[in-house]
Design a protein around this ligand. Structure first.
Ligand SMILES: Cc1ncc(COP(=O)(O)O)c(C=O)c1O
Length: 474
């Protein structure tokens, strides 16, 4: 397991975290200046009114010296946590070597080594026939590239995406997004997008549960693709997340993933897995589609693949490599430091069996959350894979309740704020932001997971007590 000794700030640790007094928020001159000059579109500072000074492993220290456990981790980017010493050493070595920092897409030894490492962690049957496209270093740009790739190869225009999907914030990726509040203000998005129901067995659109819900979902998709009067033209691709992260950690059942692969093969439709968030060990496997033992045609990878630095790639079956030279250029496709950090990060994930560790830590966390459900009726489904874990917050279930109670985004947000005051940083997602999400670095230890669970329980109890007091006085 990763050791924090010799790290940049090895005083940031669980012992110091546990010794600190109550946390104070909103008293920081950085925040005032930020709100004056930064865009109204800024997002995380609204939930996390802190200014971060130092970071190490799973810990953040703000400018007032207060410590937080970071279960956001750059929205799932920091697989090895903050300032991992192996990444630092590799970056320093590269900087001191005289190697370039930026080369567009011209090759270098650093790039060559990164590609070799990347291909070594792909399923063998994909690696054998794969090509890779380096993209502008964001998940969204890589999704754009994947859409262009399959549209060019198939000469079809329709894209099928799923309710609840999140693939980025560019025009093309907004078009395949589920969240209406985010996409509605931007007019004239990419046409020819069709949405299918995601296999959400907790809130099944067919009113079914379990395997019946899954099979009906697959039947519907197969029907739409087969029916000459479905109104949906044969798509250039189906794009899917094996676990919808921003959508609320909705986790596709294995049988659905297998069924999706069968249907796309039957109809000759390229299948794109967006592994931007779920990939690189987070789900307990290197890629989340591997839980279903299937192989996609196209895989989009970003976030953790750059070891904490910006990097995004599309890996695909070479039979789709029909686009023209220069079909997806972009200046910042040659970030050498990200390739160096990405390779070291992959080395470490493999050497230290971090996907397996993530699977164990995730199970431990889910077990805590499930036991807390018995204590707190406002907690709905607990779900996820590996260290991509979510718990949905709902209205109080009625005695006759047979289906999931309505989502309760306001209480989820109150819990998030209470957790922050206890030193725990959590993300929200899903419908009305009703899902509390845990995305800690994969190096998180068992003691730290236990601490996260303890803080979360306290945050939930504090928020619920306040919620019920307010309901009584309303
Ligand atoms: C599944 C998925 N795809 C794409 C993206 C977009 O990545 P980026 O924010 O780097 O553009 C995200 C970001 O959270 C994501 O979770």
């Amino acid at each position: 397991m990763s050791t924090l000794s010799n790290a940049a700030c090895d005083d940031l640790n669980l012992h110091k975290f546990c010794q600190q007094g109550p946390i104070t928020l909103n008293n920081n001159p950085y925040l005032e200046r930020q709100s004056q000059v930064e865009s109204n579109a800024r997002s995380y500072p609204r939930c996390f009114p802190i200014a971060i000074n130092r970071a190490q492993g799973v810990y953040l220290e703000d400018t007032a010296g207060q410590l937080f456990i970071d279960c956001l981790a750059g929205a799932g980017t920091l697989a090895l946590g903050h300032n991992h010493k192996k990444i630092h050493q590799a970056l320093k070595h590269h900087l001191d070597s005289g190697a370039p920092l930026h080369t567009l897409d011209i090759t270098t030894p650093a790039k060559d080594a990164f590609i070799e490492r990347l291909f070594s962690v792909l399923p063998k049957s994909l690696a054998e026939k794969a090509k890779v496209q380096f993209c502008g270093p964001t998940g969204a740009d890589a999704v754009e590239a994947a859409l262009k790739l399959v549209k060019t190869a198939t000469q079809r225009s329709t894209i099928i995406a799923f309710n609840g999907a999140y693939h980025g914030m560019t025009h093309g990726t907004l078009s395949i997004m589920g969240n209406l509040a985010t996409k509605t203000p931007v007019k004239s998005l990419m046409p020819d997008v069709q949405f299918m129901p995601y296999p959400n067995t907790y809130r099944c659109p067919f009113g079914l549960s379990g395997e019946q819900s899954v099979q009906s979902n697959l039947n519907y998709l197969d029907h739409v693709l087969s029916d000459p009067q479905s109104g949906v033209q044969k798509p250039a691709a189906i794009i899917v997340e094996a676990i919808q992260g921003e959508g609320g950690v909705v986790t596709a059942p294995i049988s659905w993933l297998k069924g999706l692969r069968e249907i796309t093969l039957k109809h000759d439709i390229p299948l794109i897995f967006d592994e931007v968030q779920s990939g690189v060990g987070r789900s307990g496997k290197m890629f989340a589609f591997e839980h279903a033992d299937i192989v996609p045609d196209v895989v989009v990878i970003s976030k953790a693949i750059g070891g904490g630095l910006p990097l995004a790639v599309v890996v695909y079956d070479r039979k789709y490599d029909q686009w023209r030279p220069g079909a997806h250029t972009g200046t910042f496709r040659g970030n050498q430091l990200a390739m160096v950090a990405g390779k070291v990060s992959l080395d470490t994930l493999v050497e230290e069996a971090l996907p397996e560790h993530a699977a164990m830590m995730g199970e431990r966390l889910q077990a805590y959350l499930k036991s807390l459900q018995n204590e707190v009726p406002y907690l709905g489904e607990v779900r996820g894979r590996g260290l991509m874990v979510g718990v949905e917050v709902t209205e109080y279930p009625s005695a006759e309740q047979t289906t999931a109670p309505a989502p309760n985004g306001a209480l989820a947000s109150a819990i998030q704020q209470q957790c922050l005051r206890l030193g725990l940083i959590l993300e929200t997602g899903g419908r009305d932001g009703c899902t509390l999400r845990f995305l800690p670095p994969l190096i998180i230890t068992q003691q730290e997971i236990d601490k996260v669970a303890e803080l979360f329980r306290q945050g939930v109890l504090n928020a619920v007590a306040e919620w019920e007091r307010n309901a009584l006085t309303a």
